[in-house]
Design a binder for this molecule. Structure first.
Ligand code: GLV
Length: 310
C-alpha cells in the first residue's frame, strides 16, 4: 500500500518526522501543508487541527494522526465513520506528565507555596509535616496518563484514589467509577488531580458542586483541559477559604489573557500548558510504528473511539 500524507504543523517537527518516515518507509508520499498538489490522493493528515473544508478538499481521507495526546479539538464524534483517528501515545508524554504532577503534588504536600509566600515576608514559621500516606490524592481519569500518575504516586507512598468512567483496577490504588463513586472519594481527598479527556460529559465537571464536596483546604491540580473547570467556581472556593490552592496548566482560553484573575491570585499557580509536550524525536518513532501497522492492516496504537471521544 502506498500512502500519501499531509503534515500540518510547526516546520521543525515536520522536517524531523518527514525524515523519519522517509528513512523507514520511502514509498510514502509526504506533503507539507498548505502545499498539497494532489489533494485527491491524500490518505491521512498528521495534525493538531484540520483545515475547515477538509471533507471537500480531501475526499479520500482515511486517517488523522493527532500530534498530541488529546483529540477534543478534532471533534471526534463529528468525523465521518470512514476516518480513523489516532492520538499520540508516546511514552515520553506520560513520563513528562508524571514529573509535572509530582512537582505539583510535592509543592502542595510540603507546603512550598506557603513557604514561598512566607519567605516574601521574611517570615520564619514552621508548620507540621505530614507523611505521604497521610495525604490522599484523587485522580480523575485513569487512561494512559492518569494510571501512570496514579502508580507513581502510590509507589511514593501517597494514598491514591482513582476515578474513571468505566471500572479500572490499578494495584495499590483504590478505584471507583460513575458519579456516585466520585462522590464517595471527594470528601476524603487532599489533592484532586484532573487528567480527564474533554468530552460532553467532562465539560464543566470541575464545578462548585463537585469541588465543594472536597474537605476544607484541599487543593486542585488541573492537567486535563481548561474547559473542564468552571473558573469562577474555583475562584469563589479559593476566596472563601474552602480550597487552599490550585495548580493549573490548562485553560479555557490559551494563552491565558494577561488580565485574567488567575495570574494575580495568590493561591493559583499558572503554567503555560507545558505539563506534557509531544517531543519531535520520540514521537517520530511512534508515527513510523503506526504507519507500519496501518500498512500491515493491523490496529494502530492510540486509535480513538470517536463516539466516546478518547
Ligand atoms: C496536550 O495537551 C496534548 O493533548 O497533547
Amino acid at each position: 500500500m502506498s500512502l500519501t500524507l499531509v503534515y500540518k504543523g510547526p516546520a521543525e517537527r515536520g522536517k524531523c518526522w518527514q525524515q523519519a518516515v522517509a528513512d523507514t518507509l520511502p514509498e510514502i508520499r509526504w506533503f507539507t501543508w498548505p502545499d498539497v498538489p494532489d489533494p485527491q490522493a491524500v490518505d491521512a493528515f498528521i495534525t493538531w487541527t484540520l483545515p475547515k473544508d477538509y471533507q471537500t478538499q480531501f475526499p479520500n481521507l482515511k486517517a488523522i494522526f493527532c500530534v498530541g495526546a488529546g483529540v477534543d479539538q478534532l471533534a471526534p464524534a463529528s468525523l465521518s465513520p470512514g476516518i480513523r483517528l489516532v492520538r499520540m501515545l508516546d511514552p515520553s508524554i506520560a513520563t513528562q506528565m508524571q514529573s509535572y504532577v509530582l512537582s505539583a503534588v510535592m509543592m502542595i504536600h510540603r507546603e512550598q507555596f506557603r513557604y514561598l509566600r512566607q519567605a516574601a515576608q521574611s517570615l520564619w514559621q514552621p508548620h507540621p509535616v505530614k507523611l505521604p500516606h497521610e495525604c490522599t490524592v484523587t485522580i480523575l481519569g485513569l487512561g494512559t496518563l492518569g494510571s501512570s500518575v496514579a502508580l507513581m504516586l502510590q509507589q511514593l507512598g501517597f494514598s491514591v484514589q482513582g476515578w474513571s468512567r468505566s471500572p479500572k483496577t490499578i494495584d495499590g490504588v483504590s478505584t471507583t467509577h460513575g458519579r456516585e463513586g466520585l462522590n464517595t472519594l471527594l470528601p476524603n481527598t487532599d489533592i484532586l488531580i484532573s487528567l480527564l479527556p474533554l468530552t460532553d460529559d467532562t465539560k464543566g465537571i470541575l464545578d462548585y458542586d463537585l469541588m465543594s464536596r472536597l474537605p476544607k483546604d484541599a487543593a486542585l491540580v488541573n492537567v486535563g483541559r481548561g474547559e473542564q473547570l468552571v473558573n469562577n467556581d474555583l475562584l469563589q472556593l479559593l476566596d472563601s477559604g474552602r480550597l487552599s490552592q490550585a495548580v493549573l496548566d490548562v485553560f479555557d482560553q490559551e494563552p491565558l489573557p494577561t488580565d485574567h484573575p488567575f495570574w494575580a491570585h495568590p493561591n493559583v499557580h499558572v503554567t503555560p500548558h507545558i505539563a506534557s509536550v509531544t517531543r519531535n524525536d520520540t514521537a517520530a518513532l511512534r508515527l513510523v510504528e503506526n504507519l507500519k501497522l496501518w500498512i500491515q492492516n493491523e490496529p494502530m496504537v492510540g486509535e480513538v473511539n470517536k463516539g466516546r471521544g478518547y
